[in-house]
Design a protein around this ligand. Structure first.
Ligand code: IMP
Length: 431
């Protein structure tokens, strides 16, 4: 049995949607284990585009079970809207194919407001969040005052839990000169949708254990990327969850030995949305070209993504931190027209050469990339399905990249189309 975890190896938006879709066609179960509706995965299946935010990618396929694990923060209204949207495209969503952990923490309207209040007040220090309430919801989780899916079962319990969480939020809101948040209306609104949410609620750890004993293939679908991990990313310019592969175990309730292969989705260049350090960022016409050719606009917030050269130092680091066994290299075709392609192979910090990204944000902002330059291939790679058919210069770039990051390139994506992929090894079929 092989279970696969997929994570982004950069700052998110590596093109996980296409790869996860391909892998979810092989899997029986697809599990989201962290993040919330800050994620945006676009799938194109038989000409229909599905934009998923919270629902696992397995949902659009027949005979798959999709699971939202305990590590995910769930905005119940956003979830119900997404379910309605996907149903309107002919997809069936029922408790037979969707399970939500009873322990998942809820994102409530005051979390979203707090996210916005703080971002607006932060000026230059803003994080550039998706303003979905993700950070404030995770704060309440670790602060032990959160409302979880299971709290929707009893009105009395919900009332008590809301008292606790609002005591905290209203103290802050008053301090910031904002109106206090009223409990009764929120309670009423939550009780109204409770049956719709609770019908999907189950002990996810137990279901996963059952699926494992039935030898089902499980795909753990990560959101964002390792550089946005709250422990290992470019803190404080990160999201509020652990985006590394080991989080698949805690975020769904199975041991680390339930994950047999970790696939890191890696863009052939680098992008980032929101604020924060980005050593290889290009603020010139090449950066613009990458953005235009790569259609680098956010799925969730439609913000323009910052673009830059491939950063081998960073990807090598995230591979080690996340235990990535192989990478799926995406968007190679975006580099097709360039005269030359650069890869960052070291940094210079205060006159010294270093081979990793230091943890202090001031150092991260100061490092200067040391590049290796490759001749461009100036030929279309779009749609190529065999490695041998790639132009020689593209092969050279990929082979050197592979050597530098000390990890195998297990597939190469040559267009957004599902079949335009060079498959070197299938993570579900490795012994
Ligand atoms: P938050 O997750 O909304 O709190 O945002 C924190 C940081 O993570 C911001 O820089 C966001 O732009 C970034 N971020 C959150 N979700 C995604 C994603 O799915 N792709 C890329 N960046 C993301």
């Amino acid at each position: 049995m092989k279970n696969v975890a997929v994570v982004g190896s950069q700052w998110g938006d590596e093109g996980k949607g296409k790869i996860v879709d391909w892998l979810s066609s092989e899997a029986d179960i697809v599990v989201r284990f962290q993040g919330g509706h800050n994620a945006g995965h676009t799938l194109v299946i038989e000409g229909i585009t599905y934009k998923l935010r919270l629902l696992p990618s397995g949902i659009v396929r027949k005979n798959k079970i999709s699971i939202i694990g305990n590590g995910v923060v769930v905005d119940p209204w956003a979830l119900l809207d997404e379910i309605d949207e996907i149903k309107s495209k002919g997809v069936t969503v029922s408790p037979k194919n969707l399970i939500i952990s009873e322990s998942a923490n809820l994102i409530l309207p005051f979390h979203k407001e707090m996210d916005e209040i703080r971002e607006d007040a932060a000026g230059n220090a803003k994080i550039g969040t998706t303003r979905r309430g993700i950070g404030p919801a995770y704060e309440d989780k670790v602060g032990r005052r959160s409302i979880r899916v299971m709290d929707l079962v009893s009105e009395e319990n919900l009332d008590h839990r809301l008292e606790i969480v609002l005591l905290h939020h209203n103290a802050i809101r008053k301090g910031l000169g904002k109106k206090v948040y009223k409990k009764d209306k929120l309670k009423k609104d939550l009780l109204k949708i409770a049956p719709e949410i609770l019908k999907y609620s189950k002990p996810v750890w137990k279901k996963i254990d059952e699926f494992k004993s039935q030898n089902k293939k499980i795909l753990f679908e990560g959101a964002q990327g390792v550089l946005l991990d709250v422990d290992h990313g470019t803190y404080p310019f990160v999201t509020s969850s652990n985006t590394v592969a080991s989080s698949a175990a805690t975020g769904s309730g199975c041991g680390p030995n339930s994950i047999n292969y970790v696939l890191g989705i890696t863009k052939a260049y680098t992008t980032r949305v929101g604020e924060g350090p980005f050593p290889t960022e290009l603020k010139d016409e090449i950066g613009e070209e990458l953005g235009t050719k790569g259609k680098e606009f956010g799925t969730v917030t439609h913000r323009k993504r910052r673009c830059g050269w491939f950063d081998g130092v960073l990807v090598r680091q995230t591979i080690k931190i996340s235990g990535i066994n192989g990478i799926a290299l995406t968007k190679l075709d975006v580099l097709d027209d360039l005269d030359y392609v650069k890869m960052c192979v070291a940094y210079e910090l205060d006159g010294n050469k270093i081979d990793y990204l230091p943890a202090a944000v001031d150092d991260q902002l100061k490092v200067k990339p040391v590049y290796k330059t490759f001749e461009g291939w100036k030929t279309s790679t779009k749609g190529i399905k065999n490695f041998k058919d790639l132009p020689d210069n593209a092969k050279k770039y990929i082979r050197e990249l592979e050597q530098f990051i000390e990890t195998k390139v297990s597939s190469i994506s040559t267009s957004p189309e599902r079949n335009d992929t060079i498959l070197i090894e299938d993570p579900f079929k490795i012994n």
